[in-house]
Design a protein around this ligand. Structure first.
Ligand SMILES: [Zn+2]
Length: 306
């Protein structure tokens, strides 16, 4: 009775009357009209055309990209090729934070190129947008947004970049590769040494943006490995649906006790490096979330790194 009395006489907490907590301004969400339309411009195209479209996208955003041309050594598997890294430089600090994604799509056995939507057109488009956002900020470091070429034939673009820039100037590198779905940001490999400060900043950025992040001791190789080999602190990130991210963790880190059926293959591995890597697997929310996370991470690195 007392309880009933209390419930009838006590008015509801006046939550509805309280002023709303002001939302942090999110200019990118407001003004980035159509990430998928931008991605459509490069998906299914040859790598040279992908590069041209991304250069155009940078310019449409008011940025002035530079092109670093390089020639690869011929190997048994591939002849010598000319590649192009696309570089936007923001600010003029004494040390660099490099944010990279490879924009080349893998060439399939039949000679055509993969659509390269998930791997790695989506992150490439996101970086053009992140560069635009960061260009308006006061930064202690120089930020280099680099879209690497020829990752798929052996990290060639990032290797060429390191040769030209790896003189101690680079304070940290963030690599984004494979945006397969929304839900969880995957990052790693934490088994590599020397990256504690970068990982700490990443966790701060995950918290600040509300992005759910999952640490991978072992993580698939990408251009981050060129920087790791040069002793430059780095992290590689990707996005996937949450269950798929857990499955990937178990496949890569779970060993014999992973609980997965033998031969289990996460869906993303049946999409990338196949003709299926098309717009149907692109995810706009993941692209927007990745943008916000990368901006927050770069700002945190800029604040905390020497
Ligand atoms: Zn990739």
């Amino acid at each position: 009775m007392a309880l009933a009395c209390a419930t009838t006489t006590v008015t509801e907490p006046d939550l509805a009357l309280r002023p709303e907590t002001p939302r942090k301004p999110q200019p990118a969400e407001r003004s980035w009209d159509d990430p998928l339309a931008e991605l459509t411009r490069i998906v299914g195209r040859e790598n040279a055309e992908r590069g041209d479209e991304l250069l155009a996208l940078f310019r449409e955003r008011g940025l002035a990209p530079q092109v670093q041309e390089f020639r690869t050594e011929a190997t048994e598997r591939s002849p010598s090729q000319v590649g192009r890294n696309l570089i936007v430089t923001i600010g003029d600090g004494p040390r660099d934070i490099v944010v990279g994604a490879h924009y080349d799509a893998i060439r399939l056995r039949d000679g055509t190129v993969s659509g390269g939507a998930v791997d790695n057109g989506a992150a490439s488009v996101v970086l053009t947008r992140a560069a635009q956002t960061l260009a308006g900020r006061q930064l202690r470091h120089r930020v280099r947004v680099v879209l690497f070429d020829l990752e798929e034939i052996g990290l060639r673009g990032s290797s060429a970049y390191i040769v030209s820039e790896g003189d101690g100037r680079i304070a940290a590198m963030v690599n984004a590769d494979v945006i397969a779905g929304d839900g969880t940001l995957m990052y790693g490999p934490t088994s590599h040494e020397g990256n504690d400060a970068v990982y700490r900043s990443l966790r701060v950025a995950c918290t600040a943006t509300g992005v759910s992040c999952m640490e991978f001791p072992r993580y698939p190789p990408s251009d981050d490995r060129s920087f790791q080999a040069a002793g430059i602190p780095n992290v590689s990130i990707g996005m996937n649906e949450t269950v798929a991210a857990h499955q990937m963790w178990l496949v890569l880190n779970g060993g014999a006790e992973s609980g997965l059926e033998s031969g289990f293959m996460p869906a993303v591995f049946r999409v990338i490096h196949t003709p299926e890597d098309t717009m149907q697997h692109a995810n706009e929310t993941a692209m927007r979330r990745l943008h916000d996370l990368i901006v927050a991470l770069v700002l945190e690195l800029d604040k905390t790194l020497e």
